[in-house]
Design a protein around this ligand. Structure first.
Ligand code: BGC
Length: 370
């Protein structure tokens, strides 16, 4: 017990120190310590890696980790970030195809907008691995590598259930909801997974949503943007909580939307701080996690996902079977896509030291300069 407390205190101090040196800007361009780049042979086969944006920390990590690991495995890599602009991502993928890539790895901006360009990939015999987000309605998608997105959602829902002790406490408790981009198929798993836990309490009246904004389409956030999340919550707070009504919990599907909620609360809420969920363990929310302003995040070790995708690419290049562990869950509209699901883990201040620092996921320097 003492040891745990000491660890937590040490972490609090380190994060507090780090936070002092932190710039006000979000940690958008932070990159994790990727393996050192290996020299790439001139005749190395080319892998195209298309990531959605550099604006969120995780995609920088995912992209750089994968590039380094693919290069270490002897492949040349064309890594592109799509600036959250669908047309940009489409033209990046077109270029990858024109440049003779042998496998495409794509984290889509909008899961429904790549049909035409992926038809070209299929025509050219290039297998496509959907990365993290499923690409919908295209029969060119060969494999899918992601985290167990339903488990992310149920983990968040269970966290709120347990933090409010919904099965025993009298309640009722006030809750608000926020999820991510409607074009990201993952929100169907994150949000529906969380609601599979929370809906019974809404139905029984133990949970109440004062804004009435409960439907997925209504609580979605274009591009998962922090400022849009903040603006929506400023409205919710001024319309429903300005009279001192207590907000007990916010189900936020990820850290960038949670941060918007936390910013809105900072500027216009004086009641007891609500339980807020998140996902990704972004550096930008670490201070809030330590300060108790965000109760939890879901840690998805992007190194594990990148390593699995490198295995998939390597198998495809060698004509072998890529590793999969799920052949039932993810139907993209053309049939079930064979998938590999990595495991997400709930992260709170209590296990953050072990998950994030001891595992080498973040260095102190990254936290300090994040
Ligand atoms: C990812 C999340 C991420 C979100 C915003 C989702 O598709 O699974 O990890 O927070 O996109 O980038």
């Amino acid at each position: 017990m003492k040891k745990t407390l000491a660890l937590v205190l040490a972490l609090v101090m380190v994060f507090a120190l780090a936070a002092c040196g932190q710039s006000a800007a979000p940690a958008a361009t932070t990159e994790t310590a990727a393996p050192a780049a290996a020299p790439v042979a001139e005749d190395a086969e080319l892998v195209g890696v298309a990531m959605p944006t550099k604006d969120l920390q995780r995609w920088n990590q995912d992209g750089e980790n994968m590039k380094a690991m693919l290069e270490a495995a002897g492949y040349a890599v064309d890594l592109q970030f799509g600036a959250n602009d669908i047309a940009t991502q489409v033209s990046q993928i077109e270029n990858m195809i024109a440049n003779g890539c042998k496998v495409l790895v794509i984290a889509s901006i909008d899961g429904d907008s790549l049909g035409t360009v992926l038809a070209q990939a299929k025509e050219a015999g290039i297998p496509v691995i959907a990365y993290d987000r499923l690409i919908m309605n295209s029969d060119a998608v060969s494999y899918y590598a992601t985290f167990d997105n339903w488990l992310v959602g149920t983990t968040q829902g269970e966290f709120i259930r347990d933090a409010l002790d919904l099965d025993n406490a009298e309640g009722p408790f006030n809750i608000e909801f926020i999820t991510g981009d409607p074009g990201d198929n993952n929100i169907n798993f994150f949000f529906d997974g969380a609601m599979s836990i929370l809906q019974p309490y809404l139905d029984s009246g133990k949970l109440v949503c004062p804004s009435g904004q409960v439907e997925k389409a209504v609580v979605a956030t274009a591009n998962w943007a922090t400022d849009a999340a903040q603006a929506r919550f400023e409205n919710i707070l001024s319309s429903n909580y300005a009279d001192g009504t207590q907000l007990d919990a916010v189900l936020a599907s990820n850290d960038s939307t949670a941060l918007g909620v936390e910013n809105a609360l900072e500027s216009s809420y004086t009641g007891k701080w609500p339980v807020i969920t998140g996902q990704d363990c972004d550096i930008a929310i670490m201070k809030n996690l330590i300060d108790g302003k965000q109760a939890m995040s879901v840690f998805k070790d992007t190194r594990t996902l990148a390593a699995k995708v490198v295995e998939m690419v390597d198998a495809l290049m060698k004509g072998a079977e890529p590793p999969v562990n799920d052949t039932e869950t993810y139907d993209n509209g053309t049939g079930v896509i064979p998938s590999f699901l990595c495991e997400p883990v709930a992260c709170t201040v209590d296990n953050s030291q072990e998950l994030l620092i001891a595992s080498g996921y973040y260095t102190m320097d990254q936290i300090e300069n994040g």
